[in-house]
Structure formats: C-alpha cells, structure tokens
Design a protein around this ligand. Structure first.
Ligand code: ZN
Length: 346
C-alpha cells in the first residue's frame, strides 16, 4: 500500500488503568511504553505515525476516536494499532491475540500474530468480535467507531495476570514491537509474514544422515543433536528435525559446541581469547554448549570470511589456490567450514 499512515493507540490511561497484575503493574503503563517505542520505530523507518497519547492521560472513548480520525482521516491506507495487555482472571492463560474489524480482511491480524509468534510469543488467535445486541457491529469501539475505511487492530501482547507472560512482555517488548512494525509494513506491501519456524525444519529423507544434514545447513552433528534432543545418530524417514535458526548461523557468530574452548575458537577465527572475551562481554573463560559468540570479522586482502554455501573447494578455486594449501595455512583438519569463519588466503 502506498502512503501508509499509522495511528498508535496506547490502550487505557489516567483514571483507567486497564488490567493490573498481582504485583501492581498496570496495563496503561505497559501500553504507553510499548506505544512510544512503536511510534519511534515507525518514524525511524520514515513512515508517518501519530501517537494518540504520550502521557498518563484519561481519554474518553469519544475523544480517542476523534483523535484517531483526526490523524489521517477515514482512509484505507490508515492502520490503527491499539496496544493492550490481556487479562483472563486466571494465571495460566498465555499468548497474543489480535482482534480486527468486521469491515477488514484478516491479513493484517494474521501477519501481526505470525510475526509475534516468530519472536517466540504463543499465538493464541486472531478474530473479529461482534456486538451481542447488534451482530452487524463490532464489539469494540476502536473497530466500530473509527470510520468505514481505516484498518484498526487491537494487539493483545499477552496476559498481565500470568507472571510468565508478564515477564516475557517486560523483557521482550521491543522485539515484539519490532515484529508488529515489520508485519504492518509487510501487509501494506501486500506480502505475507511467513512462519519462521517452518524454514528451520528439515524432513528426513531416505539416505539422510545427521552428518550430511549438518553439512548442508552449515552446522554440526552435535548441534543438531542438541537442538533435537537426540541421544543417538539414528534418523527415521519423515522425522522432522529442527535446524539452527538463521540468527544462530548468521555471519560473525559461532555456536559453542561440546569440547570447545575460547582458545580453540580464537585460533580458528584468527583472533585472540581476549578479543573474544571483549566482544562478548565475558568475565570468565567458561563456555556453555549452544552459547552464541560474536566473532570479529576483519576482512582484508589476505583473509576470507566464510559465507553460507561456501566450500573449501570453491574458495580455493576463486583464489587460485588448492584445498590442501588452504587447510595447511589455516591448520584445518577437516573440510568443514563455519559461516563467519576467517580463512587465511595465500
Ligand atoms: Zn486493555
């Protein structure tokens, strides 16, 4: 959609606290923090955005609707994000819900929920809610009274009365907001937020081995076993294996494997223990299996940083050398490369 305009509504405010947690955290304060961050993120991306309240202010439903419609009018390019934290009256409900208007299709709601799911929040549901006394109308005024063309969604990030959900929101709200912002832009571009996890699964085929799969996805047998809680190397056809996320195999990161030491890793990446500790804010030399370490990447004429899909053979060809020469130069005992690894070139 061209000319995307975003109205950000921090739910509740002032005398209306919204839901309150058992330890006194108020929904109105969380939604304000979330909304302010969201506003900045849209503006940083050059997208027009308006924040309905930027302080702890009491706003009547009528006033709220007025402010929303005054922002960019009643137009189809206007997306209204009303930020809320849910409550269920029990401490066990968890996850995000997105509620969209009867006049809209489900694309925006679906994309936002998927984006939150991709960031690790439980995806409860996306839905429309009708007014019991007049089922042709929306239940919530934020849908019902905000014109006939705008696209309003209520985003419930999780449950304030579930301590686990509350902690998740408090610790991850920036990640969640970034996900929502990206989902809004993705939807405006007519695209779909794809489930992140699906891409990170591999279905075992006849003839597969953990070793072969690990090579294919630039990981190790140990890492695959750890990710999948495997106690043996036996695979079954049709078995679904979780693969390391792209985050984990991103260039410039290394995932600590069984038997690794800082010294060994520093040698492998042509760096030093001190540099690794500095980069990763480590205060001791203790590593945990599965830990992600940042790796320095100083690429110069004589080093090559391994990228996804690289092989020693390919790198050797490209640099007019041989696999054996590369292995000798880099003290490699096998042909396995890690993304982000720095190789000395002749
Ligand atoms: Zn609320």
């Amino acid at each position: 959609m061209n000319n995307l305009k975003v109205v950000i509504d921090a739910g509740h405010g002032g005398t209306d606290s919204g839901a309150v947690s058992s330890n006194g955290i108020k929904e109105k304060d969380l939604t304000l923090e979330i909304s302010k961050y969201m506003y900045n993120q849209f503006r940083n991306k050059g997208i027009d955005a308006t924040l309905i309240r930027s302080s702890d202010e009491t706003i009547s439903p009528n006033e709220r609707v007025q402010r929303i419609l005054n922002a960019y009018g009643d137009n189809p390019n206007v997306i209204i994000i009303s930020n809320h934290i849910n409550a269920s009256g029990s401490s066990t409900a968890e996850g995000a819900e997105i509620i969209y208007a009867l006049r809209n299709n489900d694309k925006l709601a679906k994309n936002i929920l998927q984006a939150l799911g991709n960031e690790g929040q439980v995806m409860r549901k996306f839905y429309q809610r009708r007014l019991p006394s007049n089922t042709s109308k929306d239940y919530y005024f934020i849908h019902r009274d905000t014109g006939g063309s705008t696209q309003p969604v209520i985003v419930e990030y999780g449950f304030i009365d579930n301590p686990i959900d509350l902690a998740k929101i408090q610790n991850n709200y920036k990640k969640y907001v970034d996900a929502v912002v990206n989902a809004v832009i993705t939807t405006a571009n007519g695209e779909t937020v794809e489930p992140k996890m699906e891409k990170n699964y591999y279905i075992v085929k006849s003839g597969d081995s953990l070793w072969g799969i690990s090579k294919k996805y630039n990981t190790t047998v140990d890492e695959l076993k750890r990710l999948n809680n495997l106690t043996s190397n036996i695979l079954n056809i049709g078995q679904i294996l979780v693969l390391p996320t792209t985050e984990n195999i991103e260039a410039n990161t290394y995932i600590v494997k069984s038997g690794d030491s800082l010294w060994g890793i520093s040698k492998k990446y042509n760096t030093t223990v001190d540099e690794l500790k500095r980069l990763n804010n480590l205060t001791s030399n203790i590593l945990n299996i599965g830990q992600t370490l940042k790796i320095p990447t100083i690429e110069n004429a004589n080093t090559y940083i391994v990228k996804s899909g690289d092989s020693l053979w390919g790198i050797a060809r490209k640099n007019n050398t041989t696999v054996d020469e590369l292995k000798r130069l880099n003290n490699l005992t096998s042909n396995v490369l890690n993304i982000g690894q720095a190789l000395k070139l002749p």
